[in-house]
Design a protein around this ligand. Structure first.
Ligand SMILES: Nc1nc2c(c(=O)[nH]1)N[C@H]1C(S)=C(S)[C@@H](COP(=O)(O)OP(=O)(O)OC[C@H]3O[C@@H](n4cnc5c(=O)[nH]c(N)nc54)[C@H](O)[C@@H]3O)O[C@H]1N2
Ligand SMILES: Nc1nc2c(c(=O)[nH]1)N[C@H]1C(S)=C(S)[C@@H](COP(=O)(O)OP(=O)(O)OC[C@H]3O[C@@H](n4cnc5c(=O)[nH]c(N)nc54)[C@H](O)[C@@H]3O)O[C@H]1N2
Ligand code: SF4
Ligand SMILES: [Mo]
Length: 722
């Protein structure tokens, strides 16, 4: 391990586990730059002391085997040499500038957005993107969540999340919450609902997962058949009068169209196609039909499978047909300080027939851009072409696409074809190994950090985490990396921001009006706000908190747009004063802050469509629903008798953020699981080795028999080693 300068305190200090969406509050004990013990933090507003097994392993991230401690430049022979930061920043800025000035900044792709635990870096990157003229962005969201975001935006006007704490019926679709979370305190909540005779846990999964073991109803459907299964349930609900007609009449448009299609669903035939007994379809519909407190979570098992977008739409119908929306125990639209799903420039308008028109598409493949994100599956094709608008340069931050996108071989070829690839990461990842320059970031425990995965309702929170350590020597927080790049690109003249910096030293009340005036006078102030705030308000906050400065503007906007909710959460002040109080609370409450408290009975922010009603008639999805009648699924063949699930979440995996195999001694994190019947049929032994061959790739694997697997299906997790 290289030298680490650390503030060593023997006691436990609050931060968060950054290993999954939940970002549970933890108390960490540190020694010599290591995280040696972790406990749940009872003061965290959302996790309230909960942690799962993985938090104990955080030091394998903090002091992971592959951590970087110097900027690196690729030599002609492909090896890397360490260079100093001044050289790295000057060369990276110059080479991106060359691309921008010769073919245009829109030929540069930004990939990333923060992994599971770190969203402040990518927030700072927005200024760098602006300076380089970058308009094309992508992230892992564009292979999983954009279908959900698109349907949800079209129908509901925002991004949805469920109140699992208080629901009567919880539906987990292709989601093994026991291992992967997805809502707060997942294991506790799954157990509670499963045990309570008055509440129903329904799990849709071909596999008998740990979550399915707790379910009241486990719908063990055939892989890829969710759309048919959901259509059958909805069809049965409509025909059996299990829908909330009064609520639908009061709150939605175009229900008649939807109803007409659902009435035509051949319920029995679809159930049969999905391999689900009709009695189970009826049981699910009956459970839903008895309540308006339904919480739904869909995840990878649906979002990486056939008809994923249609499934997202049908999942909306599951709760909307019951009126389980904008209520306690039901579904709600999320309202974090910053929406990572902002549809922004990607969305068009809806024409008279109910189709979206005028939406943004990508330059080479014409792919639909949702949430401002190019689909991950299109990235390689946007590069590997002689099309004049092809992507020439790429900036990757806090993502590992050479490992994580589908057909990674093709993506690696694409990386090799770029004029410039720059990676900002804490570790030497598979993507970093392909880069021209690697810029080492300080870890999530060496800087202030936060995520915008704040989806609670009616009380929502934000957690600004304070660092446990000083930055590892040779690394910089992303805020500083982006600021130096912007300075090398010459966006502002030296000294131009002096007046703002001076105002900041006099306190937030003085700073606010000066900043807003400057923003009105000079459009660059707003356009580069993250940078401007980091360099002006940042120093006034002190070295440690400086990277948090841009959150001040988010607090201002949030307080202005949600003043009543912010006051109800206990923050006080008028005008900019309310935003200032909110910001001060974030800086001084190291276990997290309640930022807003909605009035559930009267919450206009839940009704965001211009009509004030939910728009059920999303034509593209209604067409897809009709098309199920004649659609075939690709079948298994003699050459390929098994279906591979490429990446289930286990208690021992964490995307590629934990890169050190030492953290698990057994092969549990990497083994290919197979049902014993299949194992014997294809002649592989439990514990033995085998060659796995797919249409696109091959790998050596260790076999583990697992009778929770659905017959015909094998599974290999997604890890950052091997
Ligand atoms: N431990 C751990 N937790 C994580 C992560 C991690 O790497 N490790 N990653 C985080 C991230 S980025 C995400 S996106 C989430 C993902 O969280 P999950 O979606 O829960 O993850 P998976 O285990 O990959 O897939 C869920 C389930 O989908 C089922 N499935 C497969 N095919 C189908 C199908 O056709 N239909 C249905 N209904 N189910 C199917 C699988 O059997 C599996 O049990 O987890 C997050 N949490
Ligand atoms: N085969 C297969 N592929 C998959 C999946 C699967 O199940 N199977 N799952 C898919 C899903 S759902 C997702 S979300 C993606 C995830 O894939 P990616 O979005 O590519 O991200 P991660 O693997 O989570 O890697 C996050 C990166 O951030 C780095 N990092 C951590 N902390 C910091 C920090 O503070 N600063 C910086 N700059 N970097 C940091 C880590 O070292 C790591 O390289 O993978 C997808 N790919
Ligand atoms: S649920 Fe587990 S992995 Fe996720 S943030 Fe909490 S402790 Fe970390
Ligand atoms: Mo994900």
């Amino acid at each position: 391990m290289s030298a680490v300068t650390s503030a060593i305190a023997p006691d436990f200090r609050p931060t968060a586990c950054g290993l999954c969406y939940a970002n549970c509050g933890i108390l960490a004990q540190t020694e010599d730059g290591h995280i040696i013990k972790v406990r749940g933090d009872r003061n965290h507003p959302a996790s309230r002391g909960y942690v799962c097994n993985k938090a104990a392993r955080l030091d394998y991230y903090q002091q992971g085997r592959d951590r970087l401690s110097s900027p690196l430049r690729r030599r002609l022979d492909g090896s890397f040499e360490a260079i100093d930061w001044d050289t790295a920043i000057a060369e990276v800025a110059a080479r991106f500038r060359t691309i921008r000035d010769s073919v245009g900044g829109d030929r540069i792709l930004y990939y990333g957005g923060g992994g599971q635990g770190n969203h402040l870096g990518p927030f700072h990157a927005s200024a760098t993107q602006r300076a380089l003229g970058i308009r094309v962005r992508s992230s892992a969201l564009a292979q999983e969540k954009t279908g959900l975001a698109w349907t949800s935006e079209r129908v509901l006007g925002g991004y949805w999340h469920g109140d699992f704490e208080h629901c009567d019926v919880a539906l987990l679709m292709g989601k093994n919450a026991w291992q992967s979370n997805g809502f707060q305190r997942a294991r506790v909540v799954v157990q509670e609902i499963g045990r309570d005779p008055d509440r129903t846990l329904i799990v849709f999964d071909p596999r008998r997962t740990e979550t399915a073991e707790h379910a009241d109803i486990h719908v063990a459907l055939k892989p890829g058949t969710d759309a048919w299964c959901l259509a059958a349930i909805l069809g049965h609900m409509v025909r059996s009068g299990l829908v909330n007609d009064a609520w639908l009449a009061a709150h939605t448009n175009d229900y008649a169209q939807v109803r007409a299609l659902l009435e035509c669903v051949p319920v029995e035939a679809y159930a049969d196609f999905a391999g689900v007994p009709l009695a189970q379809i009826v049981a699910v519909a009956d459970a839903l039909g008895a309540t308006d407190r339904i919480a739904v979570y869909e995840d990878i098992g649906i979002e990486m499978a056939p008809n994923s977008t249609l499934c997202s739409y049908l999942n909306i119908l599951l709760f909307v047909l019951r009126g389980s929306f904008a209520n306690a125990g039901g579904m709600h639209l999320v309202n974090p300080l910053l929406s990572i799903f902002a549809l922004g420039s990607g969305s068009g308008s809806v024409n008279a027939e109910g189709y979206e028109v005028g939406y943004r598409t990508s330059a080479v493949t014409g792919a639909r851009v949702v949430c401002g994100l190019l689909p991950c599956n299109s990235m390689a094709e946007e590069i590997l072409t002689d099309h004049p608008a092809r992507i020439r340069g790429m900036l990757v931050e806090s993502g590992n696409p050479a490992h994580s996108v589908a057909d990674s071989q093709r993506f690696r070829e694409a990386c090799a074809a770029l004029d410039l690839l720059v990676v900002i990461d804490v570790a030497m990842t598979e993507t970093a190994r392909l880069a021209d320059y690697v810029l080492p970031a300080s870890s999530q425990y060496e800087k202030v950090e936060a995520t915008f995965f704040n989806f609670e309702y009616p009380e929502n929170f934000h957690h600004l985490r304070q660092p446990l350590f000083a930055p590892r020597s040779g690394t910089l927080p992303e805020a500083e990396i982006h600021a130096r790049l912007i300075e090398a690109l010459g966006v502002f003249e030296p000294g131009e921001l002096q007046a703002l910096a001076a105002a900041a030293t006099a306190g937030l009340d003085t700073f606010a009006p000066v900043f807003f005036d400057a923003m009105r006078e000079d459009p660059r102030i707003g356009a580069y706000a993250t940078y401007v705030l980091y360099r002006t308000l940042g120093p006034a906050l002190g070295d440690v908190q400086a990277s948090a400065a841009p959150l001040w503007l988010l607090c201002q906007n949030y307080a202005r747009n949600n003043a009543d909710d912010v006051r109800r959460a206990g923050h006080a002040g008028e005008g900019a004063g309310l935003g200032n109080s909110l910001f001060k609370a974030l800086l001084t409450q190291p276990s997290g802050t309640i930022v807003s408290k909605a009035d559930v009975d009267n919450d206009p922010r839940q009704w965001r469509k211009p009509s004030g009603r939910l728009e059920l008639g999303m034509r593209e999805m209604l067409d897809d629903l009709s098309a199920l009648q004649s659609m075939q699924l690709p079948g298994r063949t003699e050459a390929f008798p098994l279906l591979l699930m490429a990446g289930d979440r286990r208690g021992t995996t964490d995307n590629t953020a934990l890169r050190d195999p030492a953290w698990m001694r057994s092969n549990d994190a990497t083994a290919l699981t197979i049902h014993p019947l299949d194992g014997r049929a294809v002649g592989v032994a439990d514990g033995g080795r085998a060659r796995l061959v797919t249409r696109r790739a091959e790998a050596d694997v260790v076999i583990r028999y697992d009778d929770t697997m659905a017959p015909g299906m094998v599974s290999l997790p997604n890890v950052g080693w091997g």
